[in-house]
Design a protein around this ligand. Structure first.
Ligand code: CA
Ligand code: CA
Length: 163
């Protein structure tokens, strides 16, 4: 095989890997806010955060009303996420939790949730449902916050911040 052909094949392989592994190219840029990607692969919260970290990002943190609108918009583009049921389809995991102290909500970057600039809860939340809801999410219709089980698998939204 000619050397040129080898390089071409390596290039094609790299492109394939970028597409299949969820590279930054699949993130969407929103001016003034950052890069976001809705993963429709269903994951538990901690597994989802690991996948965002592998993209050099983190589970999305909402800092404003307009950022909540962006996340809502991403969700609205996938009306039914494959593998979800009528309940889990309503939510996507984002970057906050109360894993350390019940009722004390922290972002994945360690700040208190009520200092992020967006702290609107969806009706009936947080309710620490069944005593196990310590992981954060967003409701697809309201764009507001919910507490969810950390073990249940959901779609999730990663964010790469503007540097
Ligand atoms: Ca809780
Ligand atoms: Ca809840």
């Amino acid at each position: 095989m000619e050397i040129k052909q080898v390089f071409k094949n390596v290039g094609t392989l790299l492109l394939f890997l970028q597409i299949t592994t969820g590279s930054i190219e699949q993130y969407r840029w929103y001016p003034g806010l950052g890069y976001y990607k809705l993963y429709i692969n269903l994951r538990s919260w901690q597994e989802a955060e690991r996948m965002c970290a592998a993209d050099n990002g983190h589970l999305a943190i909402i800092n404003s009303e307009s950022e909540s609108v962006v996340l809502k918009q991403l969700l609205s583009e996938v009306t039914v996420v494959p593998g979800t049921d009528s309940e889990t389809n309503d939510y996507a995991l984002i970057g906050f939790h109360d894993l350390y102290v019940e009722g004390e909500y922290l972002t994945v970057l360690g700040s208190l949730l009520n200092t992020t600039g967006y702290n609107k809860w969806h009706e009936g939340n947080p309710d620490n449902g069944l005593g196990v809801e310590d992981c954060g999410g967003i409701h697809r219709n309201s764009g507001k916050l919910v507490d969810l089980s950390c073990e249940t698998i959901y779609p999730f939204i990663c964010e790469i911040e503007i540097k």
